[in-house]
Design a protein around this ligand. Structure first.
Ligand code: S5P
Length: 474
């Protein structure tokens, strides 16, 4: 039986449409007879404040000690802010992705290593979003043992998080809310029955495996070997296998304009790399024999070939760009990449040609250049896209890890041994920063190696820097 105060809050939630009954399709695709939309609270500041007080009381009752609060982005940010302001607790904001410019931080606000942070969430089903936030903040050195949620849908989050070492405190439970609404005559017995049955059947929602695998500094990360064993896509398996065997996470970008020079670079850096990235369309003397020669070098030194074509057109056009013209890319490039911007059609077009040849595609989620126009929610949408095309998408190109799924490979360009930039907007970070702080698996290095006096020795140097940075995380 809930308190009179909570019963009246439930009643208000129902009246303003936060808790709805009917037929709904949840984010997971599941059909549900109940929906909770706490985003609406921002339109009712008095209610937001009342719930912030309930969050505070719940934590106080639990005897939880903490130094700072952090809301799960974005829906829980107003609630966390309200707790912070109302009760004078410092707050940090978790970014969903690192900024592509400036400080490139993933967390905004002042905090110190070892501080205790409480995670605030608006509504939980499996607890996956809380867990993602825990992983990220832990990687930044914060200590997290508890989280608090406004509305627990009672579909598995408490157990899932407990198994991962996090205690979840709930201000409200969905069944309690529903019973209160029934007692107040707001909903009928049939609705109560339907929701109760739904919750009984769906009370063990799991955190999707790709979200449950840890990937950050303070926790053990999976080795390339372990990741190879988890992969379904043969090309991803092969790349992780090469990385493990050759002890390298280096991809050289051989941006030169003649075939002979490119083949020379491939031969020189071959022993040190897992992937060779090229731009076939800048080769002035590209000819039909070149791909065969390149494939021979790739076979000799055991690396894969990545044509950085950055497809960005409609499905029909990219299919032709991939298979026709003088480059016939699909015949020789193990990996290609594309901008997900045009929507699913681009992958459908590329897949038509690529899948039967065992090829793989990287999605460009973020760019390394200053002032790029990639919107904040683009990486998230890209990750979603990848999830639906696992038969062809093998990973991402970006500046931070989008999802901690161990079966996707994260490539990061814009790498040099010293942080710097070029005169055309390219921005460089070090191998250590990319791998240890941003979750890169493979570093892409171009001019840092190709313009060096001794490209072979320099490639060996980058290889060591990259692999050491990865090894320190294990
Ligand atoms: O965001 C990006 C994506 C890519 S693929 N930024 C990039 O620089 N790249 C590519 O990485 C770019 O096309 C080039 O081939 C390489 C970086 O080369 P560097 O000489 O600046 O290291």
């Amino acid at each position: 039986m809930c308190s009179i105060k909570l019963a009246s809050l439930y009643s208000t939630l129902f009246e303003i449409g936060v808790v709805k009954f009917g037929h709904f399709t949840l984010k997971s695709g599941l059909q549900a007879p109940v929906y909770v939309d706490l985003r609406l609270l921002v339109s009712h500041p008095d209610l937001l404040e009342a719930f912030a007080t309930e969050v505070w009381n719940t934590l106080k009752r639990g005897g939880i000690e903490y130094d700072i609060v952090c809301g799960v982005p974005y829906a829980a940010l107003p609630l966390a802010t309200c707790v912070s302001v109302r009760f004078n607790v410092p707050m940090v904001i978790r970014r969903k992705e690192a900024k592509g410019y400036g400080t490139k931080k993933l967390i905004e606000g002042d905090y110190k290593q070892g501080q205790r942070c409480i995670i605030v969430e608006d509504v939980v089903t499996s607890g996956a979003s809380i867990w993602e936030t825990v992983e990220l903040l832990t990687a930044e050195g914060l200590t997290i043992t508890d989280a608090v949620v406004l509305m627990n849908r009672e579909q598995g989050a408490t157990k899932n998080l407990k198994d991962l070492g996090i205690t979840l405190h709930s201000v409200c439970h969905l069944t309690e809310c529903m019973k209160a609404l029934h007692q107040l005559g707001k909903i009928d017995a049939e609705t109560v029955y339907k929701v109760t049955k739904f919750l009984e059947i769906n009370n063990e929602t799991k955190i999707p495996t790709h979200k449950a695998v840890t990937s950050c500094k303070e926790r053990k990360i999976l080795s390339f070997k372990e990741r190879a064993s988890l992969c379904q896509h043969p090309l991803t398996k092969r790349i992780f296998g090469i990385m493990e065997e050759k002890k390298t996470n280096l991809c050289v970008a051989a941006d030169v304009t003649f075939c002979a020079k490119l083949l020379e670079i491939a031969e020189t850096v071959g022993p040190h790399i897992c992937v060779l990235k090229i731009h076939a369309d800048i080769l002035e003397d590209f000819n039909s024999e070149f791909p065969e020669k390149l494939k021979d070098v790739a076979k000799k030194h055991n690396f894969v070939i990545f044509e950085d074509r950055k497809f960005a057109d409609i499905g029909h056009t990219v299919y032709m760009q991939y298979t026709k013209g003088i480059h016939t890319i699909v015949e020789w490039a193990d990996i290609i990449d594309c901008h997900p911007l045009p929507g699913p059609g681009i992958l459908e077009g590329l897949k038509q040609a690529g899948i039967k040849k065992g090829r793989g595609c990287l999605l460009i989620a973020q760019m390394s250049t200053k002032g790029n126009l990639v919107p904040a929610n683009y990486p998230e949408a890209t990750a979603h896209f990848a999830d639906h095309h696992r038969d062809f998408v093998i990973g991402f190109i970006g500046q931070s890890r989008l999802i901690p799924d161990p079966t996707f490979i994260n490539f990061t360009p814009g790498i040099k041994l010293e942080e710097s930039s070029d005169s055309l907007g390219q921005q460089y970070v070090t191998p250590q920063e990319a791998i240890q702080n941003r979750g890169a698996d493979v570093i892409i290095v171009g001019r840092g190696i190709t313009d060096a006096n001794d490209p072979q020795a320099t490639a060996a140097e980058y290889k060591k820097a990259g692999f050491d940075a990865y090894s320190q995380l294990l």
